[in-house]
Design a protein around this ligand. Structure first.
Ligand SMILES: C[S@@+](CC[C@H](N)C(=O)[O-])C[C@H]1O[C@@H](n2cnc3c(N)ncnc32)[C@H](O)[C@@H]1O
Length: 213
């Protein structure tokens, strides 16, 4: 696990075009903001971009890692954000949210937990609410997988990682995202009851899926 103090700078060196990825995620938050739940919010990397760029004030962040939550809580620009340490797989609040966000955390769940989470998210959204998920998804073919891995390693090495470090970060991905492709995740959200599911961003291992209740 990356220490909280190193996480934000590592994110910029590991995620190609991180700013385009996160800006695209935020584009789908409704103009009136409403209330927002960010799951697996980590050190608050996305949360900081959110409060900097949008006039949203009612934000709740949840992460299982206490160190990350405490690190995010100490960020001055996140003073108005509510933080919860908890497991998103067991989180089912009575409160309804207009937007639920998640970035780079679905890949760490089993198929069963992802399915259950999709159903819980659907339940926690207000009518017309939106679920925005930006994550790592398994490429649909071995050809794509091998090519994207090579390109990703090249990017990380350019950012200062050794070839061994880059390989150490990229290789376990296939175990994490086993079978979770963009299309299988779309199908899962359809079956969880979402009325519309769209994919506005796709780049190598990364994708953004937006689902409307
Ligand atoms: C790669 S980090 C992404 C953090 C943040 N969303 C971002 O994009 O910078 C994955 C995060 O998922 C969190 N996480 C993993 N499993 C979780 C769970 N079951 N419940 C809540 N958070 C979880 C980890 O603690 C970590 O902060």
């Amino acid at each position: 696990m990356i220490p909280a103090s190193d996480y934000d700078s590592a994110e910029k060196k590991c995620l190609p075009y991180w700013n385009v990825f996160f800006d695209t995620l935020l584009e789908f938050i409704p103009d009136n903001c409403g209330n927002i739940l960010e799951l697996a919010s980590g050190t608050g990397f996305l949360t900081e971009i959110l409060v900097e760029k949008l006039p949203c004030t009612d934000i709740t962040c949840l992460d299982i890692n206490r160190e990350y939550i405490e690190f995010a809580r100490r960020k001055k620009n996140l003073a108005g954000v509510k933080f919860i340490t908890g497991d998103m797989r067991k989180f089912l609040s009575r409160r309804r949210y207009d937007t639920i966000l998640i970035s780079q955390a679905l890949a760490f769940l089993t198929d069963y937990d992802r399915q259950k989470l999709g159903e819980n998210i659907h339940h926690m959204l207000t009518d017309g609410g939106v679920f925005i998920a930006g994550d790592i998804f398994c490429p649909e073919s071995l050809f794509e997988r091998d090519l994207y891995k090579k390109l990703w390693a090249k990017f990380m090495i350019k950012k200062g990682f050794s070839p061994e470090e880059a390989k150490g970060m990229i290789d376990p991905l296939d175990d994490y995202c086993q079978g979770n492709t963009i299309s299988s995740f779309e199908e899962m959200l359809d079956s969880a009851g979402f009325s519309r599911v769209i994919v506005p961003y796709r780049r190598e291992y990364y994708g953004i899926i937006v689902a409307y209740k």
